[in-house]
Design a binder for this molecule. Structure first.
Ligand code: GLN
Ligand code: ZN
Length: 748
């Protein structure tokens, strides 16, 4: 068995289909409109289409098992027998057990969902405990290999590797899942034997966890795992793929194992190349060079990439070219986009186009004869905005600096006259089917702008009336006009483009269409002032203006790479700064700038974090630093494990920070106190991610714990995130309890 690896490959391909066929089929199955056989038929069709596309593009190493009904980490959990007993005991079919783990059922909450490294993809967190018995169950991988084989296409099945699998898992009994590595490796060994018996020549095991900082025992675990798997006699050849950054010390460790191929991300991990050069002889291993960016939408500068490929060639006996990571993170096909500016269109490459790039580069690295097109030209003058550039160049540190926080607090209190433990919400109220229908009607031409605005005002009236009735202290307009908290701004700022069908899977059947930031960003006109001032005109209570922060706007968009992200973030920040000024001038005294993504784009390695936090915090401060002392700036961060972001929260210098804490039992407050945070803080006391309505007593208990860490003057009472996914009955009931709980504590 010595099938060579091939010359060109991708680490994975979008599985949702060009028209989100998978989303529709899976949701139809959940709703009971189609049966399992019909779902499987759609799935088989989508898989076949991907394999044929890759083969017809002349990719010569084609992956399989990259399809998933929901998530590839969950698929791997099933393949190694790690189905938690709480689901196994439901007695459902294999497919329904799978969906129960993904989505929960009445009796059992789903597995936790969390971000896949620095991307907007979310995976399901495997649950492992000392009693988990691993067992090989690679039916899905074998099925895909057989299906592709029947089409005449030999494929390389992909699984999450054992070390990364455990590093991503959660120990449900307090033990560290990683201690189970040797057991798990045995199960992988059995899977490899079954794959080999099915004629599989190569298998891909993904170990992206090693581009983050890892302890020496964790790195040694990686070495041990692949030494063991490499020693097995009945196995396919092993390709260990890594992506999203530099492998660091894990590279020499992997090189010492008998694996036949190692994949390195040379886009997000340029230092991999130096490390490889310093590694000495590679012992005949194939290096799979990730030269085409799988995480962004720009065309590759093929000539520069080919030079990098040639450098790898000089170091390794065998080199193949691949995408830097799975193409899961980019839209399927650029050719269906008909409305993009041609100058933008010609600079882009989606998954299908990236496959062609990989094939071209594979040939260039092999025989250097491919005729490679020149690098994309610098951005056209029309995308540059001289006034934005001049403003950026003229910025001084004072632009990111507000006055003393203590003075601000006093002036704001004189103006707002809020009680202790003021109550508020995070911004959105339920996005009802009627609101979505109104937006669809606008797109379809059945509702004009004036009619739409009427509908939105009607909703705002309803939301304001409800909040007054509930007795909340700082009101919101409810964000009915926002399809999405980033897209809404992207549609109004210059420098952004929207795609028609550029869907990317976010989790399960949920897909997003991230905007593309291609040029200088500038605000054409006020973006939110009309809605906020309308809401304020309906009440004497303060209405909070609502903006999405620069870091989050970047994190949930595809961002230009011809300038540092810090510059793009500052351009967005200037647009938001102008928006803040207009809101302030229109009489809005409280403005919230949401940064839910601040932590998710935190670099995976500690050494890169300071530089990131400097520009991220700097952009937030630029956006918010222009308002008067009497204008209260709020921010909202939607996660609960902050780690070393704690000091960054303080550095944002917001007057009030609301955070997700309902699930993490408010420990964050002690951390903030320890970090010396002396401004307002609103730990979420209602977990809006669940339909459960918290009782008044529960909220009282949470608040009692909170006042032990934060004085009542600085403690805000709010849910832990926006309410857009909830229904009105639960929202009303929960907010009533929340207001009553605050009142009880004030009286105490
Ligand atoms: N203001 C937004 C909302 O309430 C914040 C959403 C978020 O944190 N992701 O929906
Ligand atoms: Zn949130």
């Amino acid at each position: 068995m010595s099938t060579p690896f091939g010359q060109s490959t991708v680490l994975g391909y979008p599985r949702i289909g060009g028209d989100r066929e998978l989303k529709r089929a899976v949701e139809a199955y959940w709703a009971g409109r189609i049966d399992a056989a019909a779902l499987e038929e759609t799935a088989a069709g989508l898989r076949a289409e991907v394999w044929r596309t890759l083969r017809d593009a002349r990719l010569d190493a084609i992956p399989s098992n990259t399809f998933s009904y929901y998530d590839h980490v969950l698929d791997t959990a099933v393949a190694v027998g790690a189905v938690p007993p709480r689901f196994a005991r439901l007695g459902l079919s294999e497919l329904d057990t799978y969906f129960a783990m993904a989505r929960g059922v009445d009796a059992e909450p789903a597995l936790e969902l969390t971000k896949w490294f620095g991307t907007n993809y979310h995976y399901l967190v495997p649950e492992i405990d000392a009693g988990t018995t691993f067992a090989a169950n690679p039916g899905k991988a074998l099925g895909e290999v057989a299906q592709a084989g029947a089409l005449g296409i030999a494929t390389r099945p992909v699984l999450v590797g054992p070390a990364t699998f455990l590093l991503l898992a959660k120990g449900t009994d307090g033990t560290d899942p990683f201690v189970r590595l040797d057991d798990l490796v045995e199960a992988y060994g059995q899977i490899l034997a079954l794959l080999a018996a099915a004629g599989v020549a190569w298998v891909q095991l993904d170990e992206p966890a090693y581009v983050a900082d890892r302890t020496p025992p964790e790195i040694d675990g990686l070495r041990r795992a692949y030494t063991r798997l490499g020693q097995l006699r009945d196995r396919p050849r092993l390709f260990v793929a890594t992506y999203f950054g530099d492998l660091g010390d894990a590279l020499p460790a992997l090189l010492r194992t008998p694996v036949e191929a190692i994949g390195l991300d040379l886009v997000a991990g340029p230092r991999n190349l130096e490390r490889l050069a310093a590694s000495g002889p590679l012992g005949g291993k194939t290096i799979v060079a990730g030269l085409v960016d799988g995480h962004n939408v720009w065309r590759t500068d093929l000539r520069t990439a080919a030079v990098r490929g040639a450098t790898v060639s000089a170091l390794a006996d065998h080199v193949a070219v691949s995408t830097s990571c799975s193409l899961l993170h980019v839209p399927v096909d650029l050719s269906v986009e008909t409305r993009l500016d041609p100058a933008l269109h010609e600079r882009l490459a989606f998954a299908r186009q990236k496959v062609d790039e990989v094939v071209l580069l594979g040939r260039a690295v092999r025989d250097g004869t491919a005729h490679l097109p020149p690098a994309p030209a610098p951005i056209p003058a029309a995308w540059r905005d001289a006034s934005v550039r001049a403003r950026l160049a003229a910025l001084t540190p004072a632009d990111r600096q507000r006055g003393s926080a203590a003075v601000r607090a006093r002036v704001q209190q004189e103006r707002l006259r809020l009680p202790d433990l003021p109550t508020t919400t995070i911004g959105s109220f339920p996005q009802t089917p009627e609101l979505r229908r109104a937006r669809a009607a606008v797109r379809a031409g059945g509702l004009d702008a004036a009619g739409y605005a009427d509908r939105m005002r009607e909703e705002i009236r309803h939301v304001i009336r409800l909040q007054e009735d509930l007795g909340l202290d700082v009101l919101v307009h409810g964000e009915p006009e926002r399809n999405d908290m980033v897209q809404y701004f992207g549609e109004q700022l210059s420098g952004f483009a929207a795609t028609e069908r550029g869907w990317v899977q976010s989790y399960g059947s949920r897909c997003v269409r991230p905007p593309i930031i291609h040029g200088d960003v500038a605000r054409r006109a006020p973006m939110t002032v009309e809605w906020s001032t309308y809401a304020q005109s309906l009440t004497r209570k303060p209405v909070k203006g609502m903006l999405t922060g620069p870091v989050t706007i970047l994190a949930w968009s595809f961002v230009r790479t011809d300038q540092p992200p810090a510059d793009t973030a500052d351009q967005v920040a200037l647009a938001l700064r102008d928006e803040c000024a207009d809101l302030e001038a229109a009489g809005i005294g409280v403005i919230q700038v949401d940064e839910p993504a601040l932590r998710e784009t935190l670099p995976l390695r500690e050494a890169d974090r300071k530089a990131y936090l400097d520009w991220a915090v700097g952009a937030f401060r630029l956006a918010t630093g222009g308002v008067a002392d009497g204008t209260q700036i709020h921010t909202h961060l939607c996660y609960s494990e902050f780690g070393d972001v704690i000091t960054a929260i303080d550095a944002l210098d917001a007057d009030v920070t609301s955070i997700e804490a309902a699930r993490s039992r408010l420990e964050i407050l002690d951390d903030l106190a320890a970090a010396g945070h002396g401004r307002g803080v609103g730990p979420g006391v209602w977990d809006i991610h669940s339909p459960r309505v918290p009782s008044r007593d529960e909220i009282v208990a949470a608040l009692r714990r909170a006042v032990a860490a934060v004085p009542a003057q600085r403690l805000w009472v709010n849910p832990d995130c926006g309410l857009k996914t909830r229904g009105y009955p639960e929202v009303e009931a929960a907010l009533r309890h929340l207001v009553a709980a605050a009142a009880e504590l004030r009286g105490a």
